[in-house]
Design a protein around this ligand. Structure first.
Ligand code: HEC
Length: 117
């Protein structure tokens, strides 16, 4: 009677762990740097402080699931929230010298998915 119980256990483990193919390993979420050196510099001095820190309650870099509903709001809303602030998100993400284009590139990098046009 051991085999069926073992099968059940394995099935339960799989159900709990989830078979989500979109899910990234935890090691990837919050890691990584924009390839562009100028963007990486901005990111390291600003966005990363919160968007790679689970305690900050910000959607984490590379966490596509967390970013998906935000991206669906549309690019204009994302840009507006980045520039004017949104709850715990400070205006301009504390990067006063950032251009709109840089914000869009940083958001696209963190969201790990294309932003709607
Ligand atoms: C001081 C911490 C902090 C910094 C620095 C920061 N963010 Fe955020 N950000 C947050 C938090 C917290 C949220 C989640 C706000 C919420 O949904 O209530 C957020 C959310 C966002 C969102 C999603 C807004 C939405 O409409 O859902 C965007 C876009 C964003 N940040 C971009 C940036 C960019 C780009 C930078 C760097 C230039 C940056 N953030 C720097 C804390 C920060």
């Amino acid at each position: 009677m051991r085999a069926p119980r073992l099968t059940l256990l394995i099935a339960l483990c799989m159900a709990l762990a989830g078979c989500d193919e979109d899910a990234k390993p935890a090691a990837v979420v919050g890691k990584g740097m924009p390839a562009d050196p100028a963007l990486a510099h901005i990111y390291a001095n600003s966005c990363q402080l919160c968007h790679a820190n689970p305690a900050a309650n910000a959607p984490l870099t590379g966490d596509r699931k967390a970013w998906e509903p935000r991206v669906q709001q549309g690019t204009d809303t994302l840009l507006d929230h980045a520039i004017n602030g949104y709850n715990g998100m400070p205006p301009m993400g504390q990067c006063v010298e950032c251009s709109e284009d840089q914000f869009l590139q940083l958001i696209g990098f963190m969201a790990d998915q294309p932003l709607p046009r």
